[in-house]
Design a protein around this ligand. Sequence first.
Ligand code: URA
Length: 441
Amino acid sequence: MSKRAELYRVVRDMKNYLRWQQASGAAGSVPAPAAEREAFEARQKAREKAKLDRLTKQLQGGGESSSRASSPSSSSRSSSSPSPSHKPQAAPSQDKPASEEQPAKKPSFNPFGSKEQKKTPEAPKSQGGSTPWKSGIGSRPRKRFGGRKQTAQKAKAPTSERAKEQKAQKAKEPTSERAKEQKSQKPKEQRRPKAQQQPSNEPPPMEYGSFYADEADMMPPADYDPSGMTMSAARPSEQPQKSAASKKPKKKEMTNAEKLEFLEKYLGDCQRCGLCEHRTNIAFGVGDAQAKLVFVGEAPGYNEDQQGEPFVGKAGQLLDKMIEAMGLKREDVYICNVIKCRPPDNRNPHPEEIKECSPFLRKQLQAIEPTVIVTLGKFASQFVTGEQESMGRLRGKWHEWNGVPVMPTYHPAYLLRSPQQKKNAWSDLQMVMERLGLGGS
Ligand code: URA
């Protein structure tokens, strides 16, 4: 037989042998030499032992042991690596542990270490308790599943740690929630009173017949023009707040006279309403800036417009007599009007004229801080008291403006027309005198 023919025969025999082996599936019943079979089984045992050792170490908590444990397997794998001609079914199952240990290596990078590995003993146990090469196909998914599960669990470890942290946080939640609430409530509470105070501090709207606005209305704005030609409607509270550092040193308290002087300058050559087109002079006010008694009329008439001073006509002369009857002189009191410019033909002031002008009366009264205010006539009485009653009902009774007692009485011009009411007016003034400690009834 030629060498070529012999080679063909050997190859054919080998092919037949492989076919037979595959068809029979009889692992271990391989008609291999006994010495070779024993050597193979010894290697298998060594692999199993190495694997058991590795798993045991893993169970004992050696995170780093997994990488070390895999070494023997790797070495055994490389040393054994049975040829397909030997135990074709068993060989893959022997290789698998080594390859399936690959995922097990990953957990060695797990920062959560042994604790996580301790948590997953089941997969290694099931492998350790069985013989991989006998367990057949069934072991592979389990192992793979176990390995993946292990990996998955470890991969999830940070999440579970986060979950732990979240749990811990939840446990603390009541406190932190309270703290949050307290934090969030504090500013709310701080805001609420402000918001609640706002209406109480907020001056009532400046409407016709109302005389209850905050003095901030009268504060000069940042763009105050001393000429009085322009004046922002902005209140100080609406102006940009200066920091404490940039605040100027507090000025000396102004006297009443200085306040009135400032106010008159601030009023300037007023153009705030249409009355400026018809007036000759503004009749701002006259008298003692520290007066205990202030008389408030309606608006200048012809004579007042001409002279620029309230109550200088016939009605004014009667008022002077009334003042003297009280034991006072004109110079001892302060006299002014709600409106500072004469309305054409002495008509009643319009709401927009009152709105523009009345803040100056308010500021005058705040500057003087009188003990008593006497309002003259229906218009001034209703405006200052805020009540819409008739003069017959308003007069003879005390009213109040910003804490200051107010006595409405008849207008001198009316008394000139209705002298029978003088006794009633005198009665009113006697009440005022009593209040001022000037005798009276
Ligand atoms: N009538 C008023 O009401 N005021 C004056 O100044 C003059 C007349």
